[in-house]
Design a protein around this ligand. Structure first.
Ligand code: MN9
Length: 295
C-alpha cells in the first residue's frame, strides 16, 4: 500500500476570496496560500464547504484548483473537493484535479434527494473510478442526511483507492471506530473546536477553516499533544474556542474573511445566499485579528 504520510498533519480548508463584482480574487487566493504555508500548513483542502465550492460554477471550481496547485508549487499536499449532486460533474472535476497534480480527491455525499445507500456508494465508486487518485470521504452528517458509520465505511473501503475520512462531526466514538477499521485509514478531525478531542481519539490530522488564520496556534496544539502536554494543548484549544464562539455569532466564513481582510489579505464577501459581512462582525473580528497578530 502506498505511503500515507503526506496525508497526515494540518490542512487548511481553503477559503475562496471574491472581488467586489463577485468574481474570484485569484491574487488574494495566492496570498492566502503563501500566508498559510508560512504558518506551517501541511496541505490544503480545496473547494470544500469553506471554499464555498458548492456556490461556484464548475469552471470556477477548476480555476480554483488550478490557482491553488500553481501557488502551492509542490510545497503542500493537495486534496480537491469535487463533491456535487451530479456524479458526471464530480467526475469531471476529479479528472481536472488529477491533471493538475492533486494528491487526492474528496467528496461530500450527494444531498437534497434521499438517495439510497447503494446510490451513495456508487457515487463514490464512480468518482473514484474516474481517476487514479485516492479518495477521501467527506463525512458531514449535518450537510444533508447521510451519516457514515463504521459498517458502511468498512464496505466502502473494500475499494483500495479509498484512503481516508474527513470526519466533520462531534461524534468522537465514530472517529475512533474509523481509526480501528480492518485496514489503515487516515482520519481527519473536521471541527476545529474539537481538534484536541479528535487527536485523543486517534485522528491523524485535521482539515479546517480556522487554520487559514490560526494555523500556527493549532500546529502548537498538535505538537504539545504529541509531547504529552495535555494542559498546554488544552490552553491553546480554549483560546481558539473563545475566538470560534465569537465567529459563530456572525457566521463562520464571513468572520474568517473579515479577520483575514483585517490581516492584509482582501477576502471580499461570501457568495449569496450568505449574507454580507455586518459592521458588527467587522468590529468584533478586527479586535480578534489584532490580538492574533500580536500573540
Ligand atoms: O472543514 C469546517 N467545517 C465546516 C471544516 O465549515 C462545515 C470547520 O473548520 C468549521 O468551519 C469550524 C467552525 O465550526 O470548525
Amino acid at each position: 500500500m502506498e505511503n500515507l504520510n503526506r496525508f497526515r498533519g494540518l490542512f487548511s480548508a481553503l477559503l475562496t476570496p471574491f472581488n467586489g463584482n463577485g468574481s474570484i480574487n485569484f491574487n488574494s487566493l495566492e496570498k492566502l496560500i503563501e500566508f498559510n504555508l508560512k504558518n506551517g500548513a501541511d496541505g490544503f483542502y480545496v473547494g470544500g464547504s469553506t471554499g464555498e465550492g458548492l456556490l461556484l460554477t464548475n469552471e470556477e471550481r477548476k480555476a480554483v484548483f488550478e490557482c491553488a496547485a500553481s501557488a502551492a508549487k509542490g510545497r503542500a499536499t493537495l486534496i480537491a473537493h469535487v463533491g456535487t449532486l451530479h456524479t458526471d460533474a464530480a467526475c469531471e472535476l476529479a479528472r481536472s484535479a488529477e491533471k493538475l497534480g492533486y494528491d487526492a480527491v474528496s467528496a461530500v455525499a450527494p444531498y437534497y434527494y434521499s438517495f439510497s445507500l447503494e446510490a451513495i456508494m456508487k457515487y463514490y465508486n464512480d468518482i473514484s473510478e474516474s481517476t487514479d487518485l485516492p479518495m477521501i470521504i467527506y463525512n458531514f452528517p449535518a450537510s444533508g442526511g447521510f451519516s457514515l458509520t463504521k459498517d458502511i465505511a468498512e464496505k466502502m473501503f473494500e475499494n483500495k483507492k479509498f484512503i481516508g475520512i474527513k470526519h466533520t462531526s462531534a461524534d468522537m466514538f465514530a472517529l475512533w471506530q474509523f481509526k480501528h477499521m480492518s485496514r489503515e485509514t487516515i482520519v481527519y478531525n473536521g471541527f476545529d473546536e474539537t481538534l484536541l478531542s479528535g487527536l485523543s481519539m486517534g485522528a491523524d490530522g485535521a482539515i479546517g477553516s480556522t487554520y487559514n488564520f490560526m494555523g500556527g496556534k493549532f500546529k502548537r496544539l498538535i505538537s504539545e499533544f504529541k509531547k504529552g502536554n495535555t494542559a498546554k494543548a488544552q490552553k491553546i484549544q480554549n483560546e481558539a474556542n473563545e475566538i470560534i464562539s465569537e465567529m459563530i455569532k456572525y457566521g463562520v466564513f464571513q468572520s474568517e474573511k473579515a479577520i483575514l481582510t483585517e490581516m492584509g489579505i482582501d477576502m471580499g464577501e461570501c457568495r449569496r445566499p450568505f449574507l454580507p459581512i455586518s459592521d458588527e462582525c467587522r468590529r468584533s473580528m478586527k479586535i480578534i485579528a489584532e490580538k492574533l497578530t500580536t500573540d
